[in-house]
Write a protein that binds this ligand. Structure first.
Ligand code: ADP
Ligand code: MG
Length: 506
């Protein structure tokens, strides 16, 4: 459908309406998704030949990651894991994911500003989940003192799977939205060129030319640049708040480079550095190492292991400051799984986005079943249902980064153990999505080349900037496709399970 798209510019929603040709029917869509590249997949000779070319292309294009053994040096680096072949993505679902992104940006922003909603929603969770409770404590303290930040920057990524319901039609269903440290906008910008090379080598130039140009790192940087500009001090810097072990530095450097190109200076600091060297002046401006910080871009701080006592103090200082935090603590809380579940309650979207019925309908269409495990009748009913039919659900704690969710037998055992305790309110329950598997090869350093049955997850990056009450930017800025072998129920790229991919639009 998208053959006529020019290769030199990023995809926009309008592009999906540009073709007059008819869509593939739903039954044949399922077939087309699973049968893509069938002439290549089982040709061992061809695969053996093209795989090393693909790896070299990844290295050449900068699809890089530092190694586990040496995460803080770039002397020896490797390629970030990726699929040998791009995976099929239905045009209508990609279009839908793009067209709902600005509404998701709005929704996250609304939630982050709605103290009553956040307090009500997280009330039981903070009683039993220490991590959420710590974040919430900082949130309350900053509110009490008065928020000094006047410019707000959101960089999020809404993730979806193509769920095959009982009618055999693929539907776009949201897995979660990431409001902090949404990653791979940099490396995914470079993965398209790798897959173009692979398809060209395989004698498929027409297919290669169909791959959509995609550059989220530029859109993310433009959001940061706007926030920096509105902060209003041309000497101030952007501070990337980074991890102790910085394996994914190249992904971050892609965004950083875009800022340097616009003459915006970037520094990289850890919580430890902030604790030891940062200070607030009388005006609550943030300073570190002689620099004033305009924007703090968190690529860290979303899981308990990122924090010790000193790091929590550093986080509090950052939140109290006038600097634009991406995200501020309220927006981080807006991205919790508990909030996601509450948003799916009947009437909730209408309440939050009261004068936007179209947005409400678009957003709701992407929700799957989400259920509260509060200590009430509804919670009791859901616990009993999940214990009786564990394969229908996923049990999710308030955690990010992959590898935390529970499935099947484990879900059942954990629920049986905590069913009468308020501990269960730190989890939510979600319908398990069932995407159709397709064959591919996952290329990962030091791993044997073997064919795998895989499923994909599509993410759309959203960026918005608000100054006071005015939303001055609200955009979608690109996509990320991640693919994993079906034997892994959970996990992202950083967790070592999923790999980078490129959508092949059908
Ligand atoms: P995290 O914050 O750890 O990334 P996610 O909600 O994204 O949490 O879940 C992690 C992974 O688990 C996803 O990338 C996906 O592979 C799988 N997963 C999550 N929710 C579902 C679901 N409802 N159905 C099927 N798989 C899911
Ligand atoms: Mg996720």
């Amino acid at each position: 459908m998208l053959e006529r798209l020019p290769r030199s510019r990023a995809v926009t929603v309008g592009d999906f309406h540009s073709s007059g040709s008819s869509r593939i029917g739903t039954t044949s869509l399922a077939f087309a998704m699973t049968a893509l590249w069938k002439d290549i997949l089982h040709n061992d000779q061809l695969i053996q030949n093209v795989a090393p070319i693909a790896v070299d292309a990844a290295l050449l294009e900068g699809v890089l990651m530092r190694t586990k053994d040496d995460p803080n040096a770039s002397d020896v680096v490797s390629y970030a894991p990726f699929t040998l072949l791009p995976s099929a993505v239905p045009s209508s679902l990609l279009e839908q994911a793009y067209s709902v992104q600005q509404d998701f940006n709005l929704l996250v922003d609304e939630v982050s500003r709605n103290t009553e909603f956040l307090e009500c929603t997280l009330a039981s969770t903070v009683k039993v989940d220490d991590f959420t409770a710590q974040l919430f404590k900082i949130y309350k303290q900053v509110l009490k003192e008065g928020v000094t930040q006047s410019v707000f920057l959101g960089i999020n990524r809404s993730d979806y799977m193509f769920d095959y319901g009982s009618d055999g039609t693929p539907a776009l269903k949201q897995v979660e939205i990431n409001t902090i440290a949404a990653s791979f906008g940099g490396l995914t910008s470079r993965t398209t060129a790798v897959h173009r090379r692979v398809l060209n080598v395989l004698g498929k130039p027409k297919e290669a030319s169909k791959l959509l140009t995609n550059n989220p790192s530029k859109g993310i940087a433009l959001g940061i640049a706007k926030a920096w500009e509105l902060y209003g001090s041309d000497r101030a810097v952007v501070m990337f708040l980074v991890e102790e072990a910085q394996r994914n530095i190249f992904d971050q450097r892609c965004v950083e480079n875009e800022l340097w190109l616009r003459n915006i200076r970037v520094i990289r600091r850890r919580f430890k550095d902030v604790f030891e060297k940062a200070s607030l002046d009388n005006d609550k401006r943030l300073h570190i190492d002689g620099e004033e910080v305009a924007v703090v871009y968190y690529r860290e701080g979303y899981v308990p292991k990122n924090y010790n006592k000193q790091n929590w103090e550093a986080r509090l200082m950052l939140e109290r400051s006038r600097a634009v935090k991406c995200p501020d603590i309220a927006t981080q809380l807006a991205g919790t799984k508990k909030v996601q579940q509450e948003l799916s309650r009947p009437g909730m979207l209408e309440k939050l986005l009261h004068n936007k019925p179209d947005a409400v309908a678009q957003l709701r269409a992407t929700f799957t079943g989400l259920y509260s495990l509060e200590m009430d009748e509804e919670g009791d009913k859901m616990v009993a249902m999940a214990i009786a039919d564990p394969d229908r659900f996923v049990l999710k704690p308030q955690r990010e980064g992959g590898g935390n969710n529970l499935y099947g037998v484990e879900l059942k055992q954990v629920l049986e153990k905590m069913k009468d305790s308020s501990e269960r309110t730190s989890y939510i329950l979600m319908d398990k999505l069932k995407p159709l598997p397709a064959l591919n090869y996952l290329l990962r350093a030091h791993s044997p080349l073997k064919i795998s049955e895989c499923v994909s997850e599509l993410g759309i990056f959203g960026v918005y900037v608000r100054q006071g009450q005015d939303l001055v930017m609200n955009k979608h800025v690109g996509h990320l496709l991640r693919t994993k072998a079906i034997e892994h129920a959970d996990g992202g790229v950083a967790a070592g399970v999923a790999v980078l991919d490129t959508p092949y639009v059908i």
